[in-house]
Design a protein around this ligand. Structure first.
Ligand code: SF4
Length: 348
């Protein structure tokens, strides 16, 4: 499979300013640090890590929702390859049809004053190229709404008349109405009831199959990521510390931070006690990260080398990379709960 998205050495820094009138810049917060990865066409890459690890900032930087400080984001659409980081305002607006985002909160991401029809039609109307007349717009809105499980009658209503799951269906229809190639899903199920989460995950999987979509799936929920993602990237303090096939990362992690994350995956048996591996210490300040390996202040395997030398990602087995000096030597525990539950729970 060819790559749809190629991210190379992407960094996002934010200035740290003093309070008060003059607001002097006194430092910089490195939210995303020199991140590189690619996503093949039709693939789903999961992005996991604790809050503040830089997942959402990375997703936004790929779509230019926030301005990257350096690096490249190349998207290969049917019309050719574009470097998203170099587009001017007008070109970026035109390119947005190729990449869209589904947000976490379907309550705040929909305009309460617009009907569902108008919400879904808005990207079509705002598009500068390939203008459609009203009849063609309505046809396209009905088509994508039905694919997302909404009926024609619902298109006349306002968002407040819908449940959380239905609102997320509206948000998905809006994101897909322009036939995008890449969709960044930022915690698309985390604000929904558990029973509805599975419906939305299944809908995303069906739409990927029928429309040939490529997903970057940002989530906290490791079980959901295991269910929908072909590969997983683990982020810690702005860096990708491990990336590989879902099965490899979950069952045979090679980075100590991934091991700690996987220990928090719940057992399928509700009576089985959860034994998460508690990380020592606080998460370091991203404006002042530790020297050497950024994870060293919380890592149970840290040595003196870790304090002086930043580890670089190494390929442990085909397409499985980890940034740890001891990735080849450590014997780490994976997500046993998922393995016990049956391997069909983890995407091939
Ligand atoms: Fe832990 Fe050292 Fe590996 Fe960092 S490089 S994860 S501190 S063992």
């Amino acid at each position: 499979m060819s790559d749809l998205l190629k991210v190379t050495n992407l960094s996002v820094h934010f200035p740290v300013r003093t309070r008060g009138v003059w607001r002097k810049t006194v430092g910089r917060l490195v939210a995303v640090d020199n991140v590189s990865f690619s996503i093949a066409r039709g693939e789903t890459l999961g992005l996991v890590g604790e809050s503040g690890s830089g997942k959402t900032t990375l997703g936004l930087a790929i779509l230019r929702g926030t301005q990257p400080t350096s690096g490249q984001v190349e998207l290969t659409a049917a019309t050719g390859t574009i470097d998203v980081t170099k587009l001017d305002k007008q070109a970026l607006r035109d390119a947005r049809q190729h990449f869209q985002m589904i947000f976490q909160d379907p309550y705040s991401s929909l305009n309460a004053r617009m009907t569902v029809r108008d919400i879904i039609a808005e990207p079509l109307i705002a598009r500068r190229t390939q203008k459609l007349d009203r009849k063609a717009i309505d046809q396209r809105v009905i088509e994508i709404a039905e694919q997302c499980g909404l009926n024609r009658e619902q298109l006349r209503r306002y968002p407040h008349a819908f449940s959380g799951g239905q609102r997320q269906r509206i948000a998905i229809a809006r994101a897909l109405v322009l036939h995008p190639d890449l969709v960044v899903c930022d915690e698309p199920t985390s604000s929904l009831d558990v029973s509805i989460q599975a419906q939305i995950l299944n809908l995303l999987a069906e739409l990927q199959e029928s429309l040939g979509l490529t997903y970057l799936f940002i989530a906290h929920d490791l079980a959901a990521v295991a269910y929908v993602c072909d590969r997983v990237a683990v982020m810690y303090l702005g860096q990708i510390v491990e990336i590989g096939a879902t099965r490899d990362v979950y069952f045979t992690p090679r980075h100590p931070y991934t091991e700690a994350l996987m220990s928090s995956v719940p057992e399928p048996d509700p009576s089985a006690p959860l034994q998460p591996m508690l990380l020592q210490g606080e998460r370091p300040d991203p404006a002042n990260p530790p020297s050497g390996c950024r994870f060293r202040t919380r890592c149970r395997y840290a040595t003196e080398l870790c304090a002086t030398t930043p580890p670089v990602p190494v390929e442990i087995e085909p397409n499985h990379f980890a940034a740890c000096h001891y990735a080849k030597e450590l014997s780490l525990k994976g997500a046993l709960a998922l393995r016990n539950a049956g391997q069909d729970k983890v995407a091939e």
